[in-house]
Design a protein around this ligand. Structure first.
Ligand code: ZN
Length: 475
């Protein structure tokens, strides 16, 4: 077993974000998933790369790239240039991708990531704008990969959609930190409204560069790249698997070779890919069909003024009241604003975090439709409300005009004389369930309580109903 304690991981991330502009990066074809029409219908001479077709940049995509750069505390270029990245692949019919090379829109940024040992700054080397390649579909091979495939098809609908590539410095020291960085980055992107950033749909893609070094040293050793990880958990597990592999190589006295791997999250295996090209191989040169872009100071000021308070900032406030894990769940889930308002309305911080992160999310309640006051009232009375009634109330929180009052013990009907006839009627109408309950299916209690609550329009005291139903079923 390798001595993991003697080594530390050095991790950098490359993130591709598909912008949700209405049209593609350099033409007016519809962009994005679900545009419809079937394969190869959203195309034109520009995005198919016909000779002589001229690109026109998408202003929205440029504004959004700058906005993201500002959110990541980057310097915004006064002169940005699109460059050709030359390579051949069937999903790139032009033989080059329009990207950015030495003059990207955004450089030298930072994102703060909270860790158990305090805030950690992750450098953002650059964020640049480029066009996506088309999508290849490999048929007949294992897991849709090219190796062993009988036939490969190309769908150019995706070709030319705007993509922002974000490159971090190798500043990330663990798989957990990488995951937290990605969660906060994703939430930032979502809140800026520039992408859905969903890994499962490919609108957010993550590659990780991983190396290790003896703990405490500052050297940078050979790194390997991990690709094809389609969830944040898989990114973390892929990094752990690669770190373990590298420790094994170094400790056996061998040299680590620079390689690229696909990580299969389901089986936990790393499969080697083609060797990595160096920048020289791409023969970058400025795109001759596009002029340099010079974002004005006014534009940058306007975009900066539009920035909301960002997740990386908010988590530092939330963290003062909660532990790191809870804070991450709230902030990266976009739940912290409701949490703050609920606490301000009188609920306890930890109790509110628990209910919001677990019950609310579990019941798929839209946090933006919840009244913090009503939620705080429910949370404060939680100990006096039976579990089933509490869950029921949570499920209804987002309904217009929801009131917690009927669920609160001291305001709800708890008079046994009023409740008894209703309980009797419900039990009589559900004889089979009563028999099942008495036969040992005690989980049906919630069903009876729910029926009574429904019958009373939610006005009964759920605890009183609970007690009465239990008594009746026992008798
Ligand atoms: Zn097009």
């Amino acid at each position: 077993m390798a001595a993991a304690g003697a080594w530390e991981p050095v991790i950098g991330l490359e993130i591709h974000v598909q912008l949700k502009t209405r049209t593609k990066m350099f033409c007016r074809c519809a962009s994005g998933y679900g545009v419809g029409g079937g394969e190869n219908t959203q195309t034109c001479p520009v995005c198919l790369g016909f000779p002589g077709a001229l690109p026109v940049p998408n202003r929205q995509a440029i504004d959004w790239t700058i906005k993201l750069g500002l959110a990541l505390d980057c310097e915004i270029a006064s002169r940005a240039v699109f460059s050709r990245k030359n390579y051949f692949y069937p999903d790139l019919s032009k033989g080059y991708q329009i990207s950015q090379y030495d003059l990207p829109f955004c450089r030298n940024g930072t994102m703060i990531v909270p860790t158990e040992h305090g805030d950690h700054r992750v450098g953002i080397v650059r964020a640049h704008l480029e066009e996506d390649a088309a999508k290849t579909v490999h048929v007949g091979g294992a897991r849709g990969r090219i190796g062993g495939a009988e036939i490969s098809l190309v769908d150019f609908n995706r070709g030319g959609t705007p993509l922002v590539e974000i490159v971090t410095a190798p500043d990330i020291g663990s798989s957990d930190e990488a995951k937290r960085f990605l969660q906060l980055l994703r939430q930032t992107i979502v809140e800026l409204g520039i992408s859905d950033a969903e890994m499962e749909k490919g609108t957010l893609r993550v590659d990780a560069n991983v190396s290790i070094r003896p703990k405490g040293s500052t050297e940078l050793r050979t790194r390997c790249e991990l690709k094809n990880m389609n969830s944040f958990s898989y990114v973390a597990r892929g990094i752990d698997a690669e770190v373990a592999r590298q420790i094994g190589v170094w400790e056996s006295g061998k040299e680590l070779r620079q390689e690229t791997f696909d990580f299969d999250g389901a089986s936990g295996t790393l499969t080697p890919r083609r060797s990595k090209e160096e920048a020289d191989d791409y023969r970058y040169f400025p795109e001759p069909d596009l002029v340099p872009i010079e974002p004005s100071a006014e534009l940058i000021a306007r975009l900066r003024a539009e920035l909301p308070e960002l997740p990386a900032t908010r988590i530092r406030r939330v963290e003062q009241a909660l532990d790191l894990e809870q804070s991450m769940v709230l902030v990266s889930g976009g739940l912290d604003r409701l949490w703050e308002a609920t606490v301000a309305a009188g609920a306890g911080g930890k109790a509110a975090a628990n209910v919001i992160a677990n019950n609310l999310v579990g019941a798929r309640v839209d946090p933006s439709a919840v009244s913090p006051g009503e939620l705080a009232a429910l949370i404060s009375a939680r100990d006096r409300i039976p579990r089933q009634a509490f869950d029921q109330a949570i499920g209804k929180l987002a309904e217009p005009g929801f009131s917690a009052a009927p669920y609160l013990a001291d305001e709800a009907v708890s008079d046994e004389a009023l409740l008894e006839p209703i309980v009797d009627a419900i039990l009589a109408a559900n004889a089979a369930q009563v028999e099942a309950y008495r036969g040992g299916k005690t989980g049906l209690l919630g069903f009876f309580v729910g029926q009574v609550m429904k019958e009373t329009g939610g006005k009964a005291n759920a605890r009183a109903v609970n007690d009465l139903v239990t008594k009746k079923l026992a008798g």
